[in-house]
Design a protein around this ligand. Structure first.
Ligand SMILES: [Zn+2]
Length: 154
């Protein structure tokens, strides 16, 4: 049985933009009569920003029971899953450098020297793959300490 379509968010492998699309994780040729054009349409996604067409990776089972899995080229996730974020320091109030360093050390667990060199190299991504709710809290704490933060969530 083919899986039902799921609404997903795709990260374009070419331009890095995020966009919404639909996706079926598996297709079964025994129960439904799919043609090549259909398979192509449900197993790929076209970026509305740059036109890049990327494979989403679909399990295809044919009439004889053989199957193959197309490896995905694009990162994507179901829309009902929580987004993951990277946290970037854009700038900070230099008179509050010590406050920013203190919060940074609490959040990242990094040592004093590492945090110092982070701040010497801004703008800099300080953490990746953080759940969105957590990332929003870290952003709030860092901004309260005097830093300007941007989140990129996927
Ligand atoms: Zn694109």
């Amino acid at each position: 049985m083919s899986s039902p379509p799921a609404e997903i968010t795709v990260e374009c492998p070419q331009c890095g933009q995020y966009y919404d699309a639909w996706y079926r994780p598996s297709l079964n040729f025994m129960l439904e009569d799919f043609d090549d054009e259909y398979i192509e349409r449900v197993s790929t996604s076209t970026c509305p920003y740059c036109g890049c067409k990327a494979s989403l990776g679909v399990l295809i089972v044919n009439k004889t029971g053989d199957f193959n899995f197309q490896l995905p080229q694009a990162n994507f996730r179901r829309k009902d899953e929580e987004a993951m974020c990277s946290i970037k320091i854009e700038s900070f109030d230099s008179s509050k450098r010590l406050d920013v360093m203190k919060v940074l050390r609490e959040i990242t667990g990094l040592g004093l020297m590492e945090v110092k060199s982070l701040l010497d190299n801004i703008p800099e991504i300080i953490m990746r793959d953080i759940e969105q709710r957590k990332a929003e809290l870290f952003k709030r704490d860092l901004e309260a300490a005097g830093a300007e933060i941007s989140l990129k969530c996927f």
